[in-house]
Design a protein around this ligand. Structure first.
Ligand code: NDP
Length: 342
């Protein structure tokens, strides 16, 4: 019988690639959506990308409610819990996203492990690792790093990701089932967009082209191509020795100004930003602008992922960040989300 995998948040940027990979590798997929009409659009987008969707079924479930999760996990050999609130602009209350992210993760993980899923893969983030005071100007992030959700400069999104990941590990340890749980902690995810979902990370590429950021904050994060991030999610289901581990999904690091320069070289007629905003000015803007406030703790710091162990454990060797950046722009231009003046 075909192995069934539950993918939560089917409509998302990462989940759509995980689903495409699973279906291509012969798995059956049950995908959760909050609204079946949106689910229909993702099925159409996958088909348009040459994926056979005969083995894909949709179920409705919301992380904020109990309804639907017990039925969703039933019969699934593996669970990919990818959904989480990821708003373009974070709410001002630091704890606002925690109920959906943490209680939602607990709903999925408890139900899945209780129903006998062999392994649960949960998408966390490197924001659940980097948010600590005293990082200096260069932080080499390791699997043992944890953000401190009580550190005041952290805003709603990293607080929610940290509290959610902590909660599922605490639960798995208390139940003595850590070996059936793996978390994936991606850096900044770029790459081709299978489905126009308005995701937060591709909004950065769109914003650079649209002139939304005439000057850029000085930020540097490890980047991962979404195709490699998806491969890692899938390998984590069956590779030995990844149970109980936090796998960073990360290639090399680029400053946002380097991302812009790569795009400018590829698209010389586009008007991309070339200048960085002084750090003191970013701090002032962050007092008024919630999206800038979210990155304030990271300004001026070069974050690098110490992720060699992930390739050893999974066999996935992520492509260079530059390829992910260029692939994002190419697909956003092709599907009309970025318009170049002719
Ligand atoms: P998207 O915004 O594209 O996808 C988020 C998904 O979560 C959507 O399918 C959304 O459904 C679903 N979702 C949000 N809230 C709920 C809810 N209350 N109940 C059910 N589903 C919900 O994000 P990405 O694909 O980029 O991110 C996926 C995961 O990866 C997230 O956990 C994110 O934190 C993590 N991540 C992403 C990174 C990136 O750079 N993209 C970096 C590091 C981690 P709907 O369509 O209905 O809104």
């Amino acid at each position: 019988m075909t192995d069934l995998v539950l993918v939560t948040g089917l409509s998302g940027f990462i989940a759509s690639h995980v689903t495409a990979g699973l279906l291509s590798q012969g798995y059956a997929v049950r995908g959760t959506v909050r609204n079946k009409a949106k689910g229909g659009r993702i099925i159409e987008a996958l088909s348009n990308n040459g994926i056979d969707t005969a083995q894909l079924e949709l179920v409705e479930a919301d992380l904020g409610e109990d309804t639907g999760w017990k039925a969703a996990v039933k019969g699934c050999r593996f669970v990919q819990h990818i959904a989480s609130p990821f708003p373009l602009e974070a709410p001002s209350s630091r704890e606002a996203l925690v109920p959906e992210a943490r209680a939602g993760a607990m709903r999925v993980v408890e139900q899945a492990l209780g129903a006998g899923a062999e392994r649960v893969i949960m998408t966390s983030s490197m924001v659940a690792m980097m948010g600590q005071a005293g990082r200096g100007k260069h932080m080499r992030v390791t699997e043992d790093d944890w953000s401190n959700p009580d550190w005041r400069p952290l805003t709603a999104y990293p607080v929610s990701k940290t509290r959610a990941e902590r909660a599922v590990w605490d639960y798995a340890k208390a139940q003595n089932v850590s070996a059936r749980l793996t978390t994936i902690c991606p850096g900044l995810v770029f790459g081709p967009d299978l489905y126009d979902n308005g995701g937060a990370s591709l909004a950065i590429i769109k914003g650079l082209f649209s002139g939304q950021f005439p000057v850029m904050p000085r930020l540097a994060y490890p980047i991962i191509d979404v195709r490699d991030c998806a491969s890692l999610h899938i390998k984590a289901m069956t590779r030995p020795k990844v149970g109980g581990r936090r796998l960073m999904a990360a290639s090399n690091t680029l400053w946002i100004s380097e991302v812009s320069a790569i795009l400018q070289s590829a698209y010389p007629d586009a008007k991309l930003p070339a200048r960085e905003m002084p750090n003191w000015l970013v701090k002032i803007v962050g007092l008024f602008d919630q999206s800038v406030k979210g990155v304030l703790p990271d300004v001026g710091i070069f974050h690098e992922a110490d992720a060699g162990y992930v390739s050893s454990l999974t066999g996935v060797i992520p492509r260079p960040a530059k390829e992910a950046v260029l692939a994002s722009a190419a697909s956003l231009i092709e599907n009309g989300q970025i318009k170049l003046d002719s």
